[in-house]
Design a protein around this ligand. Sequence first.
Ligand code: AMP
Length: 290
Amino acid sequence: MEIIRTVAWMKQVAAEARRGDRLLGLVPTMGALHEGHLSLVREAQRQCSPVVVSIFVNPKQFGPSEDFQKYPRTFDADREVLENLRVDYVFAPPPEEVYPAGFRTSVNVEGLSDRLEGRSRPGHFRGVTTVVLKLLEIVQPRFAFFGRKDAQQARIISQMARDLDLDAEIVVCPIVREADGLAMSSRNAYLSADERRAATVLSKSLQRARKEIDAGETDVVKLVAAVRGVIEKDPGVVLDYAEIVDADTLEPAMTLRKPAYILLAAKVGNTRLIDNARIEPAGDSLRVTI
Ligand code: AMP
């Protein structure tokens, strides 16, 4: 496994790797790797060779009062797990490689970036799309792998790839969860034991929605109320938003006749967590994937 620290070297290695009929795959991450990330790596390895995993804590996607400084950085452990998985390349540039002095450009996906996470974290998605576009340009993979854990992010990146005629196909992979349902996240490391227990209400609220949908409920207002009810019962968890949105437009869904997401964000102590479930028509019924 080769560790690459500069853009110029990454471009050269990627250009070489794209020669012939090899399918180059990219898995962008911010490190502090967990099974969620590793599931993307394994899916990338199933579809592609060689595979590049990028590890870059992107300052531009953190707000001024957010956790950029304390975001977990565990490079040595990350390198070891990726080595064990036989990943080909790790691209781990320092910030000044990605944003040299005088850097001025950003890319923004209008509309989709302003709602939900975008409203609570102004500028967040502009930072995400800017760095992901740079990574896609540097590596020029055939496929790039993202998690449905960040459903709005995946939707925005797919839109950017389409709008800018990027060659990379955006692949969205399932959410990996802890045994008790909590969606894996590098930020779970911030949780105290009590907070860790409280955090399970997010996935529990999605399970409640699935139960109601399985029992025939299709009224989005009632479903949102049920989700909120589960979360608000726990005083240790402060809901930011719970919405059912159209999977394509991310606008509030009026019916469940088209694919939709239940999107959640909440604060557990000082830690902001997100989660979601996908709802899609399946024959005469609805399939809910948590
Ligand atoms: P991050 O390091 O948090 O920026 O995440 C890097 C990639 O891993 C993103 O595409 C995330 O959506 C994905 N990811 C993070 N957590 C999970 C999870 N629990 N299940 C699946 N994918 C995940």
